[in-house]
Ligand binder design. Structure first.
Ligand code: PGA
Length: 254
C-alpha cells in the first residue's frame, strides 16, 4: 500500500446507468492493473449500492458525499450513516464547500456530522478551505484554523487521528485553476503543523488530501508535495481515463 488516497467526488453527476458504466470502466482497469494507492468513489446516493456491485472484486472503496447525523426518524430527505454503512460505505465527505455555501451548513452542523461518522466507525473526509476574498485579505490560515477547531470541537485526539482532511481552496474548485504547488504545499504544511500543535503528534499524521481542479495533468506536481497524501477530485473523477491517470501517477510517486 502507498500513502495516497485518490478519492472521486462525483457530485450531482451520473444517473444509475452512467454510474455503472464509469465505475465498471475504472474497476475493469484496476482489476487488470491493481493500484497500490487507496481508491475511493463517492457517487450520488442513488448509485452507491449499484456501484458497489459493479466494483466488487476490485479494491475500490465506497464513499458518500454527505449524511445526516441523526440515526433515524422524521428528517425528510436525509440519509443516515447506518443506511450508508449497510451498503458498504466506509468514507463520508463532510463539510464540502458546496454544502457550506449552497446548503448553509454551519461549522456546528459539520461538527455533529463528523462526531456521528466517527461514532459509527466510518471515516469522515472533512473539507476545509478559504474563499478568494479570504485569501486576498490574508485570512487563509485564520479561516482554515477556525474551520478545523470548530469542526473537530469536543472530539478526542485519538478519534481525530482517524479522520481524513481535504484542503480545498474554494476558488480552485470546479474553476480549472488549481492552487499552485507553492500555494498547496504551504497550506498543507501549515495545516499539518497546526494539527500537531493543537492536537499532538498522532493527529499530525492524518491523511491530508488536496482538492480543487486536480486533473491528470497537474496531479503529479501536487501529489509530489511532502504533505499531500492524495486528492479529492471532482470534475476529473467522472472521466474514467483522467481518474485512472491520477491513480497511476500516485502509484508512480509512491
Ligand atoms: P473539482 O472539485 O476537482 O471539480 O475542482 C473538487 C471538489 O469539489 O471536491
Amino acid at each position: 500500500m502507498s500513502k495516497f488516497l485518490i478519492a472521486g467526488n462525483w457530485k450531482m453527476n451520473t444517473n444509475a446507468f452512467e454510474a455503472e458504466k464509469l465505475s465498471g470502466y475504472v474497476a475493469g482497469y484496476l482489476k487488470e492493473n491493481p493500484a497500490r494507492c487507496e481508491v475511493l468513489m463517492c457517487p450520488p446516493f442513488t448509485s452507491i449500492a449499484s456501484v458497489g456491485e459493479t466494483v466488487k472484486g476490485s479494491h475500490i472503496k465506497l464513499g458518500a458525499q454527505n449524511c445526516y447525523h441523526e440515526q433515524k426518524g422524521a428528517f425528510t430527505g436525509e440519509i443516515s450513516i447506518n443506511m450508508l454503512r449497510y451498503i458498504d460505505v466506509t468514507y463520508i465527505i463532510i463539510g464540502h464547500s458546496e454544502r457550506r455555501k449552497i446548503f448553509g451548513e454551519t461549522d456546528e452542523l459539520i461538527n455533529k456530522k463528523i462526531k456521528a461518522v466517527l461514532d459509527a466507525e466510518l471515516t469522515p473526509v472533512f473539507c476545509i478551505g478559504e474563499t478568494i476574498d479570504e485569501r486576498n485579505a490574508g485570512k487563509t490560515y485564520e479561516v482554515i484554523e477556525k474551520q478545523i477547531t470548530s469542526g473537530l470541537n469536543g472530539i478526542p485526539a485519538e478519534k481525530i487521528a482517524k479522520c481524513v482532511i481535504a484542503y480545498e481552496p474554494v476558488w480552485a474548485i470546479g474553476t480549472g485553476i488549481s492552487a499552485t504547488p507553492e500555494q498547496a504545499g504551504e497550506a498543507h504544511t501549515n495545516i499539518r503543523s497546526f494539527l500537531k500543535d493543537k492536537y499532538g503528534e498522532e493527529v499530525s499524521a492524518i491523511k491530508l488530501l488536496y482538492g480543487g481542479s486536480m486533473n491528470e495533468k497537474n496531479c503529479r506536481e501536487l501529489l509530489s508535495l511532502k504533505d499531500v497524501d492524495g486528492g479529492l477530485i471532482g470534475g476529473a473523477s467522472i472521466k474514467g481515463d483522467s481518474f485512472i491517470e491520477i491513480i497511476r501517477s500516485a502509484d508512480e510517486l509512491s
